[in-house]
Design a protein around this ligand. Structure first.
Ligand SMILES: [Mn+2]
Length: 395
């Protein structure tokens, strides 16, 4: 990899010591220190002065999306552009909630009565329209797609007026690079909101790269740049946040109900509130920490709060030879239309099974029967796929 994006200096100085060598392949490019793209971003914002933009994040936004959306909002404000950071779905992981609450990030959850036609344009950040239900809604409201800023592989669904898609580890890296260019505001002005933004971007880098384990050179360069401005106390407050009571309860049930055999730990946890949806993957992560367990599966029925009832499951494995995608598809199969109930990749996956006709009952007895039916069916299929004799699990 080429090299040399010295970011230890304040951003007002040039951080580029020499012109890039003519890079043909994407892989040989330097993805941090790109003044030309920052200038192009600036020209794009200039051309949209004083407009109102909706920043569309993916459903269930993560810290990378939240921090980058906020960065767009703060940068665009310098051009008189008003923004709303909007997502459909939910922010349920307590660390992501803490990020939003501690730093006071102004994110808005979409509701049906939000008029979308008041926006001059839409900006998709950390997604390309394929992972947010807002895409269809914005199209229906005839809101033009102005920009896509992302780090996932190109998906080609949207035809934005302007885009910056780089194969880096986080979209926060791209926004850190815009700020580094010195073409926008300077983070070092000691405004609290700047420290908060730098903190959010740093948190995004850390969480998106699993504590920099999956970071590339661009993320280290971005982290080095942000390290001059972020607030360590705020980082600690975000990371030290505690689990909700609901999450603790789900973990407790998972511990009590788990079946451990052949390296698998599988638990059905019963009914889970929609607000505690993230408790299922968290309980799965927790089961995976037991010795001799290399694969954990937790599932339950999301219910209540007027939401649809649906069985949701989470799978995690450290077993290199286990293809999570194939395991889920083979064990749970597909619906009548041939759509699989779930899938996964590289060690993690999940599934969703509609409760359908049996949905919605207030009777405790019926609720119990319904859960037992799903629990037995799913547990049986998972155990068979795992090659475990149902009669004789270890515990
Ligand atoms: Mn991302």
């Amino acid at each position: 990899m080429p090299r040399k994006t010295t970011t230890a200096k304040p951003p007002a100085e040039s951080t580029r010591e020499a012109a890039e060598p003519a890079a043909s392949a994407e892989s040989s490019k330097v993805w941090f220190g790109d003044d030309a793209r920052a200038a192009s971003f600036r020209a794009f914002l200039e051309a949209h002065r004083d407009e109102t933009h909706i920043i569309a994040l993916q459903d269930f936004p993560d810290p990378d999306a939240i921090a980058a959306g906020w960065a767009y909002g703060q940068i665009a404000a310098g051009f008189g552009i008003t923004t709303d950071i909007v997502y459909e779905g939910r922010i349920s992981h307590q660390e992501n909630l803490a990020l939003v609450h501690v730093l006071e990030v102004p994110v808005v959850r979409f509701t049906e009565n939000m008029p979308l036609d008041r926006y001059d344009g839409a900006v998709f950040i950390d997604n390309q329209g394929t992972t947010t239900r807002l895409t269809d809604r914005l199209e229906a409201a005839r809101v033009p797609t102005l920009a896509v800023i992302d780090h996932h592989a190109r998906q080609g669904l949207l035809q934005p007026e302007w885009s910056d898609i780089r194969p880096v580890g986080a979209v926060a890296t791209i926004f850190a690079d815009y700020l580094r260019s010195g073409l926008f505001f300077t983070l070092g002005e000691k405004k609290p909101v700047h420290a908060a933004l730098a903190t959010a971007l740093m948190h995004a880098l850390r969480s998106e790269t699993n504590g920099f384990m999956r970071a590339g050179p661009a993320e280290y360069a971005a982290g080095q740049f942000l390290s001059h401005y972020h607030d360590r106390d705020l980082v600690e407050r975000i990371l030290r946040v505690q689990r909700s009571r609901g999450t603790m309860d789900v973990i407790r049930v998972a511990l009590t109900e788990r079946v451990v055999a052949e390296g698998f730990s599988i638990a059905g946890v019963g009914y889970v509130r929609h607000a505690d949806r993230d408790a299922i993957p968290q309980a799965t992560d927790f089961l995976l920490t037991e010795e001799n367990v290399n694969t954990a599966i937790v599932f339950g029925i999301l219910a209540g709060e007027g939401g649809r009832e649906i069985v949701v499951g989470s799978v995690r494995t450290t077993r290199l030879t286990l293809d999570v995608d194939a395991f889920i598809k083979a064990s749970l199969g597909a619906d009548a239309r041939g759509r699989f109930y779930g899938g996964g990749r590289s060690g993690a996956g999940g599934f969703e099974i509609p409760v359908g006709f049996l949905e919605g009952s207030a009777e405790a007895d019926q609720m119990k029967l319904k859960w037992e039916a799903f629990n037995q069916q799913i547990m049986g299929r998972l155990l068979r796929a795992a090659g475990i004799n149902e009669e004789t699990p270890d515990e």
